[in-house]
Ligand binder design. Structure first.
Ligand SMILES: NC(=O)c1ccc[n+]([C@@H]2O[C@H](COP(=O)([O-])OP(=O)(O)OC[C@H]3O[C@@H](n4cnc5c(N)ncnc54)[C@H](OP(=O)(O)O)[C@@H]3O)[C@@H](O)[C@H]2O)c1
Length: 267
C-alpha cells in the first residue's frame, strides 16, 4: 500500500507544473489533498482533476507572501481533514538575466519573498500540526540552491536561503518525529521559465528553455512522491545535479563551467 494513502498533504503552487503534477500523483496514491496557489480558477481546475481520480481535495487559494493567507490555508486544511501530515513548499518563481544587466532590483526581492520567505511563512503556520502528526516537511528547492548558476543570481540566492533554512530546521526538529525532505530539481518543463523575470523585472512571456529536452513535471513529481514515501533527506532529480554535488568538492571550477554550459544550451 502507498504509505501516503490517507495522509493529508498541503501543496503550495499546486495549480501548474510540478505542484499540479505532484497533486495528481498523490491523488492516484490515495492522499487527501489541500491545494494552494493564487489563481483560484487554475487551482480549481487542478483540484477537479484530483477529485476525478477519486481523491478528497480542497482548494485553498492564497498568496505565500501573505502570512494571513498561509495561516488561513493551514486552518482550512485542518477544518476539512482534521490533521496535516505533510506540507510541500513548492510555490516559486524565477528570473532570467545577468546581474549586471538588471535595470530593476525589485525582482530579486520578489523572488526571495516568494521562494524563501513564502516557504518560511507556510512552515510557521503548519509546524505545530506537523509535530502533532509526526509529519513531513518538503522543500522544493533547486540545484541552483546547491551551486551558483549564471543569469539566476536572485533565484540561486533564494534557493540557497531555502536550503539553509530547512537544513537548520531539520536539526532543530530532531526527536520531534517531523522529517524534512529537500528536493533539488534540475530543469523541468512547466510554466516557470515563461514567467521568469527578465532584466527589466518583467516576465519574459516565453520560455527560453529547450523545452522538449528537459524533464517533465510528471516525472519530477513521481520522483518527489518517492522521496516523500521514503522520508528521504535530499533528492537531486538529475544525473548532472548529482554529479555536480560531488564534483564541487574536488573541482569547483568545473562545476561553474557545467552551470555555464547548461544555461548556454538551455537544457
Ligand atoms: N521548472 C524548473 O526548471 C524548476 C527547477 C528547479 C526547481 N523548480 C522549483 O519548482 C517549484 C515549482 O515550479 P514549477 O516549475 O512547477 O513552476 P510553475 O509551473 O510556474 O508553478 C509555480 C506555482 O507556484 C504558484 N505561485 C507562484 N507564486 C505564488 C505565490 N506568491 N503564492 C502562492 N503560489 C504561488 C503558481 O500559481 P499562481 O501563479 O496561481 O500563484 C504555480 O502554481 C518552484 O519552487 C521552482 O523554483 C523548478
Amino acid at each position: 500500500m502507498d504509505t501516503l494513502s490517507g495522509k493529508t498533504v498541503l501543496i503550495t503552487g499546486a495549480s501548474t507544473g510540478i505542484g499540479r503534477a505532484l497533486a495528481l500523483e498523490l491523488a492516484r496514491g490515495g492522499a487527501q489533498l489541500a491545494l494552494n496557489a493564487r489563481d483560484a480558477a487554475r487551482l480549481g481546475a487542478s483540484a477537479q482533476e484530483c477529485a476525478a481520480l477519486g481523491a478528497q481535495v480542497l482548494a485553498v487559494p492564497g498568496d505565500v507572501c501573505s502570512e494571513q493567507d498561509c495561516r488561513a490555508s493551514v486552518a482550512r486544511t485542518l477544518e476539512r481533514f482534521g490533521k496535516l501530515d505533510a506540507l510541500v513548499n513548492n510555490a516559486g518563481m524565477t528570473m532570467w538575466a545577468r546581474f549586471d544587466q538588471l535595470t530593476d532590483l525589485d525582482g530579486l526581492q520578489r523572488v526571495l519573498d516568494v521562494n524563501y520567505l513564502g516557504a518560511v511563512r507556510m512552515t510557521a503556520a503548519a509546524l505545530a500540526h506537523l509535530k502533532a502528526s509526526r509529519g513531513l516537511l518538503v522543500a522544493v528547492a533547486s540545484v541552483a540552491g546547491l551551486t551558483g548558476v549564471p543569469q539566476r543570481t536572485g533565484y540561486a540566492a533564494s534557493k540557497h536561503a531555502m536550503i539553509g533554512f530547512f537544513e537548520s530546521l531539520r536539526i532543530e526538529l530532531r526527536g520531534s518525529g517531523v522529517a524534512v525532505t529537500i528536493v533539488a530539481p534540475g530543469f523541468v518543463k512547466s510554466e516557470l521559465h515563461k514567467g521568469a523575470l527578465g532584466p527589466d523585472g518583467r516576465p519574459l512571456g516565453r520560455s527560453p528553455m529547450d523545452e522538449p529536452r528537459i524533464m517533465t513535471s510528471e516525472r519530477c513529481a513521481q520522483l518527489i512522491a518517492g522521496a516523500m514515501r521514503r522520508r528521504q533527506r535530499l533528492l537531486i532529480t538529475s544525473g548532472r545535479g548529482r554529479l555536480a554535488r560531488w564534483a564541487r568538492l574536488v573541482a569547483p571550477a568545473l562545476v561553474d563551467r557545467m552551470a555555464e554550459r547548461a544555461i548556454r544550451l538551455r537544457r
